[in-house]
Ligand binder design. Structure first.
Ligand SMILES: CC(C)(COP(=O)(O)OP(=O)(O)OC[C@H]1O[C@@H](n2cnc3c(N)ncnc32)[C@H](O)[C@@H]1OP(=O)(O)O)[C@@H](O)C(=O)NCCC(=O)NCCS
Length: 214
């Protein structure tokens, strides 16, 4: 399998995705600022990035060419770069989602779920995956709320380095397909997983779900 580029770059609501390779210089300055930002680094569980811009650009562009990754810049309704969304560790049936809306002005305004909707279209319609999973931290309630809105369910919480708690979530093709109408309209505030999904999540064991993400 390959993380080939989508046939048409998806858009949802105010957001559209663009290949990392197509970002302009001002966008790359924002990428560097986002990766250097200590709060964003903490939320993402990585150290602040200290690479010079030219090196960061080279590394991220090389990463984006990997066959097990699909990485995109997120553009808002003004075509301004606001962050990055990606699928990584792409396997035959599943992949892991990562997202950073780096522009604080765009937090809590629904841009995250719109960008996630875009990349889920690639995951399920083009890569034909059965499941997308993710990791976030218990001390990042905004991220958990955003992921739940788009249909992710919590699987489990496990201790993480630094005394933090890793919250593992996933979204199945079936749940996404049920919400395929999301592609046509702005995202409404979804109320979390339906009861059947929630019961299924409670009964899942670690072995049944697997744990290949980071
Ligand atoms: C996490 C992220 C993708 C979410 O996207 P977003 O567009 O900001 O999210 P939304 O606006 O759709 O939803 C956020 C929800 O969290 C809620 N929220 C915000 N802060 C909260 C808090 N401290 N406690 C509880 N809920 C909170 C908001 O009210 C909103 O819910 P609502 O729409 O029902 O009012 C984005 O904020 C981001 O990238 N942040 C920085 C990096 C990061 O945390 N990445 C994720 C790493 S796993």
């Amino acid at each position: 399998m390959t993380a080939a580029f989508p046939k048409a770059l998806p858009h949802h609501g105010r957001v559209r995705l663009t290949p990392i390779a197509d970002l302009d210089t001002s966008a790359w300055r924002r990428v560097a600022a986002h990766f250097r930002d200590p709060e964003i680094a903490f939320l993402n569980g990585t150290p602040p990035n200290r690479m010079p811009l030219w090196l960061l650009r080279r590394v991220l562009r090389a990463d984006a060419r990997r066959r097990d990754r699909a990485t995109f810049g997120i553009l808002d309704e003004r075509s301004d770069y606001i962050g990055t969304v990606e699928l990584y560790d792409i396997r035959p049936h599943e992949a892991t989602l990562g997202i950073i809306i780096g522009e604080r002005s765009h937090w809590n305004h629904g841009y995250g779920p719109e960008a996630i909707a875009c990349i889920l279209t690639i995951a399920f319609d083009e890569l034909d995956l059965e499941r997308v999973k993710l990791h976030t931290y218990a001390d990042n309630p905004r991220a958990q709320a955003a992921f739940r809105k788009i249909g992710f369910r919590e699987l489990r919480r496990v201790p993480a380095p630094g005394g933090r708690v890793d919250v593992q979530m996933d979204l199945s093709r079936a749940v996404w397909t049920d919400r395929a109408w999301l592609g046509a309209v702005p995202l409404p505030p979804l109320a979390g997983p339906p009861p059947a999904e929630a019961r299924a999540a409670e009964s899942l064991t670690r072995e049944e779900v697997g744990d290949g993400g980071t």
